[in-house]
Design a protein around this ligand. Structure first.
Ligand SMILES: NC(=O)c1ccc[n+]([C@@H]2O[C@H](COP(=O)([O-])OP(=O)(O)OC[C@H]3O[C@@H](n4cnc5c(N)ncnc54)[C@H](OP(=O)(O)O)[C@@H]3O)[C@@H](O)[C@H]2O)c1
Length: 225
């Protein structure tokens, strides 16, 4: 499948690399490919610049948000939550229409320091904002409840931890669930329509505090029933 991963950060890199390894034709979207390909400094989190990752993933191409989305059958939103609507506008509503849009973003508000709060919650979610602004896209919220490494390698924790899908389109959720299973996820819970993204986005408040006490981000939710 031709897949566009919108986002050059650690999530975009993890998903692009794993989906490429599964045999998909992956393009990473960025604002300015020339500038991204020329980066030499680590990002603010100390992660190596994009070209270091790209050198290890020669099959993954780099293009603008619009170019990558235009040619894709499935689009992944792996951009910062505060800029996601803008990134998707740059990708172009026409380039998203009819396509599965896997949205892994979180609506983090870092303006008051750590831990971040959510700039939308309770009665709305970023997943819903994306679906409202791009009604012809088939938005599926998923993978926003665990860290980037575990998104693509859940087996690091052993069997059976849980991920969720939320979305209005059953076929789109089925497509995403197949991708999740190919990545190694064995327990995928379909929570229902896109309004259920409120639940998984708000799980971040618990996740970030667990990270504090556990001293690691390498853990996941497991629903026992
Ligand atoms: N880190 C995790 O483990 C984790 C777990 C769950 C969910 N998430 C969510 O996954 C998403 C991606 O996280 P991340 O840490 O990989 O990446 P990130 O640093 O949040 O976002 C990187 C992307 O955002 C774009 N961007 C930044 N400022 C922009 C602006 N003003 N206008 C347009 N685009 C802009 C960058 O574009 P350029 O390429 O042009 O620089 C880059 O592609 C986030 O929403 C995050 O909350 C992360």
């Amino acid at each position: 499948m031709k897949i566009a991963v919108l986002g050059t950060g650690m999530v975009g890199q993890a998903l692009a690399g794993a989906l490429s390894s599964l045999g998909h034709d992956v393009t990473v979207g960025t604002r300015d490919p020339e500038s991204t390909a020329g980066k030499t400094e680590p990002d603010r989190m100390g992660n190596a610049p994009y070209p270091v990752w790209a050198a290890d993933h020669p099959a993954v191409t780099l293009a603008t948000f619009a170019e990558s989305a235009r040619d894709a059958e499935l689009v992944v939103n792996a951009s910062g939550g505060a800029v996601s609507l803008d990134v998707l506008r740059q990708a172009g509503a026409d380039n998203l229409a009819g396509k599965v849009l896997l949205d892994v973003s979180l609506p983090l508000d870092v303006s008051a320091g750590f831990p971040p709060s959510l700039f939308v919650s309770n009665t709305d979610s970023l997943g819903e904002q994306v679906q409202r602004e791009f009604p012809a896209a088939r938005v599926v919220k998923s993978l926003n409840t665990l860290n980037a490494t575990l998104m693509v390698n859940p087996g690091l924790l052993g069997e059976g931890s849980t991920v969720f899908v939320s979305g209005n389109d059953a076929d789109a959720k089925s497509t995403v669930t197949s991708l999740l299973e190919a990545l190694g996820h064995t327990d995928v819970i379909d929570l229902g329509d896109i309004t259920t993204a409120r639940g998984t986005e708000m799980m971040f408040a618990g996740w970030i505090r667990l990270m504090g006490v556990l001293g690691t981000s390498k853990f996941n939710w497991k629903v026992v029933r």
